[in-house]
Design a protein around this ligand. Structure first.
Ligand code: BEZ
Length: 260
């Protein structure tokens, strides 16, 4: 495994405490994806983008041969502390190199962070055994668009340079992504696109979500400008997305399964 140390010890945008305390819904929703995966007791499974390890731990209850990888050292550090029985490694799937191959690659809420989807699919395919399966859920076309459109609008209104390269995510349509899977060699056996309105708990819900997930969009902003943009985004979105108790984010999901 060549690149294992490339990201080890690197500081990154991820905050594992904020993730576990305020965004545990990410793995709560992912539990039902494990029902689609149906892990068997003798299978080897790669959890791609395992975060702080909660879903890898659920898979571990079906099979002890689960390995978790994530690009964030900070998330992996937390996963190792929480679940010392499971091997976790800091790895980027687009540079993935492994001596092991897998019966299944599982991925929840990660694929939309990978802006080289072909490269990721190539490596997923490469490290699956023949007959192995790829099971994933991630953000699809128009995911969280009410939030991101308003956010970009606020930047532009305040004459702050915004370049589409800063958009941190890849949200494909179901047709686009399943075509990429087929071009890679997969037989697509399942594909679904659906709305999943997602509660962001409390009055600070949207603020916490933006701080947790959208740092790349503020990369070059001073702290007070960032706060001002978040505040005006919240003010504009409150009538649309706040129900008096919590924010409801307009998540759109894609679920796929492909077989090698
Ligand atoms: C998602 O899971 O769809 C997502 C999470 C954070 C930012 C954007 C999308």
């Amino acid at each position: 495994m060549k690149n294992i140390n490339n990201y080890e010890n690197k500081k990154d945008y991820w905050n594992p405490e904020l993730y576990d305390n305020n965004h545990s819904f990410v793995s709560d929703y992912g539990s039902s994806l494990i029902e689609l995966l149906k892990p068997d007791s003798n299978e080897t499974i790669l959890d791609l983008g395992c975060g702080t390890g909660d879903l890898a731990n659920q898979i571990y209850k079906h099979t002890p041969n689960v390995v978790g990888i994530d690009k964030s050292y900070q998330m992996i550090n937390q996963a190792r502390k929480k679940y010392p029985c499971i091997p976790f490694a800091v790895k980027d799937i687009t540079h993935f190199d492994s001596l092991q191959s897998f019966d299944a690659v599982f991925s929840n809420a990660t694929i939309h962070w990978i802006k080289q989807p072909e490269k990721a699919l190539e490596n997923i395919y490469k490290y699956l055994k023949p007959g192995g399966r790829f099971v994933a859920e991630f953000g699809g076309k128009r995911n969280v668009q009410t939030i991101t459109n308003e956010f970009i609008h606020q930047l532009q209104e305040k004459n702050i340079n915004y370049n589409h390269e800063q958009f941190p995510w890849y949200f494909p349509s179901i047709g686009e992504y399943t075509s990429l899977m087929e071009n890679t060699g997969f037989t697509v056996t399942f594909a679904e696109y659906f709305d999943r309105p997602t509660p962001l708990v409390g009055e600070q819900g949207l603020n916490n979500w933006i701080n947790m997930f959208s740092n790349k969009m503020f990369e070059n902003l001073k702290e007070d400008t960032k706060r001002m943009i978040i505040k005006s985004t919240e003010d504009k979105l409150k009538p649309k997305l706040y129900d008096g108790k919590q924010w409801i984010a307009d998540y759109k999901r894609i679920r796929v399964m492909g077989v090698k």
